[in-house]
Design a protein around this ligand. Structure first.
Ligand code: 6PG
Length: 236
């Protein structure tokens, strides 16, 4: 498993620091293998990071032709919906950088048959995602793997339909095996409201059914000071 560590940044520098870290990981994977599969987190936290990926200097630096872009999860909404993870990433940077449409692999969670959509997306996913970005909810969910959900027991399927989250809608999500297999995982968390859960996930007993974000416990975590506020000295 790739190394990981906890990076804590002042709120004012958090997004740029996270964007540079992601760009460095992408560069390393492209240097090593010629291409990079980058899977995006949804929600609201990553948006300022994505904005910086889509602006100079990073937008001029990232080897866009070598990238294939995927998603960690998606709400069962049309891609133009305000709550769509694809819409958020597309507005923030995908539509602003030189990516060919064929390099962007959207989860078609708006399809009526979500199970078929999940199976179709699993066939698109690479065996190993090079750089996987994740967020974490205040309940320690990550992607759309919610505490206690049967999807957390999935060991064979790599994408499954679930129901949960805010908004409470059906979703498609990658499963634990995809997270565990990823070459690099970067968890992006900000905000005082998540400080307690961050400490439980990173320093508490391991129970990924109750704390799904522990699937990425030993990977990269990029936190602002608020989100890191309850961590012990080991992570400061
Ligand atoms: C989603 C996300 C989800 C998100 C967390 C954190 O579709 O909701 O993929 O896993 O990362 O819910 O959301 P915020 O960044 O909005 O706090």
């Amino acid at each position: 498993m790739a190394a990981g560590q906890v990076l804590v940044e002042p709120a004012a520098q958090w997004a740029l620091r996270a964007a540079w870290h992601i760009a460095d990981l992408v560069d390393r994977r492209v240097e090593a293998g010629g291409t990079c599969s980058l899977a995006l987190a949804g929600g609201t936290t990553p948006r300022p990071v994505y904005l910086r990926l889509g602006q100079p200097p990073l937008s001029d630096r990232i080897p866009w032709p070598a990238l294939q872009v995927y998603f960690s999860d998606e709400r069962a909404l049309p891609p133009e919906h305000a709550d769509s993870n694809f819409r958020m990433a597309s507005d923030a940077f995908l539509s602003r950088v030189p990516l060919h449409p064929g390099q962007i692999h959207r989860m078609e969670a708006e399809r009526r048959d979500l199970d078929a959509a999940a199976r179709a997306y699993a066939r698109q996913l690479p065996v190993q995602i090079d750089v996987l970005l994740l967020g974490m909810g205040a309940d320690a969910h990550t992607a759309s793997l919610f505490p206690g959900d049967p999807a957390l027991r999935e060991r064979r399927r790599r994408v499954v339909p679930v129901l949960g989250g805010i908004p409470l809608v059906p979703r498609l999500t990658i499963t634990g095996p995809v997270i565990l297999a990823a070459a690099e995982v970067v968890v992006l968390v900000t905000g005082k409201n998540k400080a307690g859960v961050v400490a439980q996930v990173l320093e508490g007993p391991v129970d990924a059914t109750r704390l799904p974000a522990q699937l990425a416990r030993d990977r990269w975590w990029i936190l602002d000071h608020d989100a890191a506020g309850r961590l012990g000295k080991a992570h400061r």
